[in-house]
Design a protein around this ligand. Structure first.
Ligand code: ZN
Length: 151
């Protein structure tokens, strides 16, 4: 279990050090801004949905703690190429996992990628860091609001 925890930390450090898909799209079809005032995490998600409703491109930009940055980075890797309903399933599954519930959809192929962030369930304040990017991308995809806050 300690080995696993070390591995998870290693993955988080790696994504924090060199975040994937970092930046802003020039012509996004959807965009949202998210803040987690408790920790000071802030990020903007910009994405392009193609005509078929598939996430063609997805970038994030912002600054925050290692957990929020790593979570956003991993999220962009997972969601690129997925349809909106598929992205929603990941949101639900990740949210359940981060809050200590058993995800109902365990058949999601990339859920194991998110396992590295499952340690946050022991730290309620960190759950908001880990889920910020997900709340933000969900707001962007559904045009709920141009900005979200975890508070
Ligand atoms: Zn944070």
């Amino acid at each position: 279990m300690n080995d696993l925890r070390d591995l998870y930390q290693e993955v988080i450090f790696d994504h924090n050090r060199s975040p994937r898909n970092f930046g802003m799209l020039e012509h996004p079809t959807h965009q949202a801004h998210g803040v987690n005032p408790l920790c000071g995490d802030e990020l903007t998600v910009s994405l392009v949905l193609d005509k078929g409703g598939v996430i063609e491109d997805l970038l994030f930009e912002g600054r925050g703690c290692a957990i929020s940055t790593a979570s956003a980075s991993i999220m962009t890797e997972i969601l690129k190429g997925l349809s909106v309903p598929e992205a929603d399933r990941y949101f639900d599954a990740f949210h359940a996992m981060a809050t200590g519930q058993t995800p109902s959809q365990t058949d999601l192929p990339a859920l194991t990628k998110l396992e590295v962030l499952s340690g946050v369930r022991d730290y309620p304040a960190r759950v908001k860091c880990a889920t910020l990017a997900w709340h933000t991308v969900r707001a962007a995809l559904h045009n709920v609001s141009a900005s979200v806050t975890t508070e």
